[in-house]
Design a protein around this ligand. Structure first.
Ligand code: HEC
Length: 137
């Protein structure tokens, strides 16, 4: 009787040592905040380069609406750093404007739709980036 208990305990102890090896990883994912904060910073960096690639020619590299094309356009590209104009838009509105273009939102057709070139994650990151441009000191 005593002997078989010993075996049960030994077996029970084995999985413990096995998971013991994973212990450091567990505590690393346990501190979730720094990990997701770092991922967020990466996303923002990606959004910044997407913006430079696709948006800056109209909206300007710093988002103030004075890109290379701006002087030739009937409707001036939005100044994305203008808090009073941009702050009044919801994230959904910004997302839709970027995805479906100005026309879908009764804005100028000069704002092109991007859903063919950018995926949803990229557009969501751009919305976040616009929030940084307009509404963070
Ligand atoms: C060909 C020029 C052009 C490019 C490229 C362009 N935009 Fe625009 N965008 C415009 C113009 C013009 C407007 C203003 C539309 C209006 O006021 O009727 C505008 C407006 C917007 C708005 C609406 C702001 C508001 O007031 O609701 C958002 C958001 C926006 N652009 C984001 C982007 C993003 C993000 C990119 C890059 C992926 C981009 N735009 C690329 C021309 C452009």
């Amino acid at each position: 009787m005593k002997r078989s208990w010993g075996i049960v305990l030994l077996c029970a102890a084995l999985p413990w040592t096995a998971t013991g090896a994973d212990a450091p990883e567990w505590s690393a994912t346990g501190t979730d905040n720094p990990v997701s904060a770092a991922a967020g910073a990466d996303d923002l960096e990606r959004a910044e380069s997407l913006y430079a690639l696709y948006c800056a020619q109209c909206h300007g590299s710093d988002g103030t609406g004075d890109g290379l094309n701006a002087p030739y356009m009937d409707t001036r590209p939005r100044d994305h750093t203008n808090r009073s104009e941009m702050g009044g838009r919801s994230d959904d509105e910004l997302f839709r404007t970027i995805a479906e273009g100005g026309q879908a939102m009764n804005l100028s057709v000069m704002m092109p739709p991007w859903e063919g070139s950018l995926d949803e994650d990229e557009i969501a990151e751009l919305v976040r980036y616009l929030r940084v441009l307009c509404c963070q000191e």
